[in-house]
Design a protein around this ligand. Structure first.
Ligand code: CTP
Ligand code: CA
Length: 234
């Protein structure tokens, strides 16, 4: 029943979703990255498209098969962004015309403070190499602060928490920093997250109240998240 009822509830809406993990260069051949597969972000993009939205996927690094699936299912609506800086710029620009903005990408919190033009050689650094890292911009907080009237801004938060109450507390603290409309709290440790086909989230609103919950496939999680988005749209 729900599939039919919600079939086109995002029709006429533009949804932008970031996915995958950023890569922050150290030199021409090396980067600092993370294990995000991009599966959850792609699942949200596909679910939004299935519900009638025009979708743009802003893709940082995706696992190979996720990238192939993204191209096959979304085609030209996939935009690449390598670094946190590039992702920030793409999201900022595309958010101008979006009704819904979802930050599902795993954004590096720190990047090398300087990028070497030449490949770093062992000889230069002796027995140990010290990297100086600097903070990246908080893309989600920036999007939330700059959101247009009626625009819904959604973030994710992967937390390790011993129980549901602790998870909600961590989520509320993060929500206060981010200023998003919804935060999907990833229950890391309850089920596998990175690379897995399954996920588990609790969705909280700005006041920290749980407004949705899902455990199962990333597609099921995606639809549960969009179920929480739709009532907030003007
Ligand atoms: N995020 C972002 N820009 C960053 C870091 C994170 O937009 N530089 C977004 C992520 O895409 C996610 C949300 O913020 O939607 C929460 O990411 P998370 O890593 O859980 O939060 P952080 O603020 O980075 O806090 P910490 O990693 O210290 O827990
Ligand atoms: Ca982080």
């Amino acid at each position: 029943s729900t599939v039919d009822a919600r079939a086109q509830d995002l029709s006429g809406r533009h949804v932008i979703v970031s996915a995958g993990g950023t890569r922050e260069p150290l030199d021409p051949v090396r980067f600092i990255g993370n294990r995000s597969s991009g599966k959850q972000g792609l699942a949200i993009a596909r679910a939004a498209a299935a519900r009638g939205a025009r979708v743009t996927l802003v893709a940082a690094h995706l696992d190979a098969e996720v990238g192939a699936e993204a191209s096959a299912s979304l085609g030209g609506d996939v935009v690449r962004a390598e670094t946190a800086e590039e992702l920030a710029a793409e999201m900022r620009e595309r958010a101008l015309s979006a009704d819904v903005v979802v930050m599902a990408a795993a954004v590096a919190d720190y990047r090398p403070a300087t990028v070497s033009e030449a490949k770093i050689k062992k000889d230069d650094s002796g027995d140990a190499l010290t990297l100086v890292l600097e903070r990246t911009p908080d893309i989600l907080a920036g999007l939330a602060a700059g959101r247009s009237d009626g625009q819904v801004v959604v973030g994710f938060a992967a937390e390790t928490a011993p129980d549901r109450e602790a998870l909600l507390e961590l989520g509320r603290t993060k929500m206060a920093r981010k200023g998003a409309d919804l935060l999907a709290l990833n229950v890391v440790g309850w089920t596998a997250g990175f690379g897995s086909d399954d996920n588990a989230v609790v969705v909280i609103d700005r006041s920290g109240t749980p407004v949705g919950e899902a455990a199962g496939t990333k597609e099921a999680v995606a639809h549960a998240l969009l179920d929480a988005v739709v009532p907030l749209l003007p």
